[in-house]
Design a protein around this ligand. Sequence first.
Ligand SMILES: Cc1cc2nc3c(=O)[nH]c(=O)nc-3n(C[C@H](O)[C@H](O)[C@H](O)COP(=O)(O)O)c2cc1C
Length: 185
Amino acid sequence: MRIIVAITGASGAVIAERLLDVLKKKRIETHLIISEAGKRVMDYELKNFREIRGLSTFQYDENEIDAGIASSSNRADAMVIVPCSLKTLSAVANGFCDNLITRCAENMLKLNRRLVVVPRDTPLSLAAIGNMRKLKLAGAVILPPNMAYYYKPESVDDVTDFFAGKILDSLEIEQDLYRRWGDGP
Ligand SMILES: Cc1cc2nc3c(=O)[nH]c(=O)nc-3n(C[C@H](O)[C@H](O)[C@H](O)COP(=O)(O)O)c2cc1C
């Protein structure tokens, strides 16, 4: 299995870090693209993008539009954009392939492959809601990092695990990062 993971300039790169950590342990091939804004926001969130890159199999910058994964002939099984800024959400929803991230997302949509988008912002503008609707209609999974309380999270790590677990569920990859409803106390 080959998965593209993109980190953009929204808050929450820690979710991508946890996801990549699990995928690495499962020996799943990952192709990581970090946007320039993504790198900057990580600096504010005390995450070092070089460390996160180390969790992936292959790494790219957003301007590497000639990378193998830019072509739909280069088979990727799925792609996750986590976190997804509203800017990248808009670009993908409207087919604006201005960098490697939006180009790869376009490939996923045109080939009906799994695209999981984790848009983060609050509150939401009408434009953002409209772009999410467009992407949902195009076949993407829209997975905002909205936390739940029913599984009784005790730490930020628990909350992060919940989001990473939900992404893995969407990719149909086995995970035990959070306690499912009905699985006991
Ligand atoms: C500290 C910081 C936090 C940000 N958080 C968000 C966010 O949560 N959601 C969002 O849509 N944009 C956020 N932004 C703005 C984006 O980084 C900006 O729109 C950028 O152009 C996105 O570019 P990209 O999609 O190419 O990564 C944030 C910016 C900064 C500096």
